[in-house]
Each structure stands twice: as C-alpha cells, then as structure tokens.
Write a new protein. Sequence first.
Length: 239
Amino acid sequence: MGDPMFTASDVADGFELDLLLAWWQHAADIDPTVPPATGSTTLARSPRAAQTALRALQRSRFFADVSLRALVFDLKQVRRYLLDDDLRTAARERVQERIGPDTHVLIGHSLGSVIAYEALCAMPEHPVKALITLGSPLGMRMVFDRLLPHPGDWPGSPSRDVGPASGPGPTPRWTNVVDEGDVVAAVKDLSPLFGPALEGKVVHNGSRAHDATAYLTASETGRAVAEGLRRDGDSPRRD
C-alpha cells in the first residue's frame, strides 16, 4: 500500500532492466518453477523484456507475494541509491548521524546493508565493533562495482579510534547472514570480495527468505549482536 502504480513499462533500460534480469536468472537457478532466463543478452534488447522477466519472477516462490508495482519500485530504489549522488549522500549521512560513541553494532538489511557498509567505511574513526548484514546484495557485480569508497581492506581504514579512553580497537567483526533462497542476496559468500575475516552464516527463513523480521529473529543474528555488545570479553550487555 502506498507504492506508486508502476507497470512493466516503467522499468527503465540500463541498470533497472539489468538488475531485473539478474534477479530472474538467480531465481531460476534456485527455483525449478521459474523458467531460465536464456539468451539474456538478446532478451535485454527486446521491447517486452521487462514484462517477460516480471511475469517469470512472479511465478517464483520468492516473489509470489510481491506485487508487480512493488517489484518495480524496488528496482528503482536500488538504481536511485547507486546512481543518484545527492540521494546517496543524504542516505549515508542519515546513518552516520546515528552512529555515536556508544554504538557498538550496526545492522543493515537488503539495500540498507549497502548503505551501512558505505557509511562505516567512510568513517575512519568509529566505535562500531560489529557490522551485521542481512540478505545483502553487496556481492552482486552491478552493486559491488559501484560501491563508494571502492572496497579495499575491510573496514576501509588500517586503524581507527574507538574513543579517547580506549585507544585504537580491533577491526570490526563482520557477519553476513543469508538465506539460500534469497534472490536479492544473489551472491551468498562475500568473503572472496571482502576478505576472509568476513564470517558468513546461512539461515533458513522458509517462505520468507528475504523478510527482515525473519533475519532479525534468527539465532545466528542474535549471536552476532551479542558478540558485538561484549566489552573486553565480559558478558553481553543487556541494553
């Protein structure tokens, strides 16, 4: 409710169509009810490419409960963040404003994981001990290649200050939690792209593969949060 009344004709050529075709291909790889996106290069030049891809995706169990207009809206959200510099800056600054001296855990879901990653990498000094990404598209080449700052050694700075009393702290722990059936998180293992220190956790959200609540209530996520809230090996904080 509240989404614009988008149709297949609103899918823009270029990034939006490429992302749609990538989702289709991954959905076909993991769901036998989805026809394969064969000849994707030829299909991308077809005037009915978006309509064909959307129809195929809505046959998948992953997108079965997602309306067509919501699917198109999601495409436009990702495209706007990665290609609209003003929007990107505003979103990233909104996250950075919420990271204070007592912030020890940063959690990002879906596109929010991209914003969280970029926001943290752009802060050479921060107190965050754990980054937790849920259902993240960070490994998709069309997202990875557009990250700012461009990925280097996590977390983007060789050293950081966690506060005047604490001195330099260790590299933040990064836990990536993913469901094998999550089409948005097409690349499940992020360590080849972001380094071996990243820890991947596979969960099973059932029919709600990409659902934020399912990810947040997974025991793997809870353990990662608890670890991030530890202070010098003490028991996890309760706040």
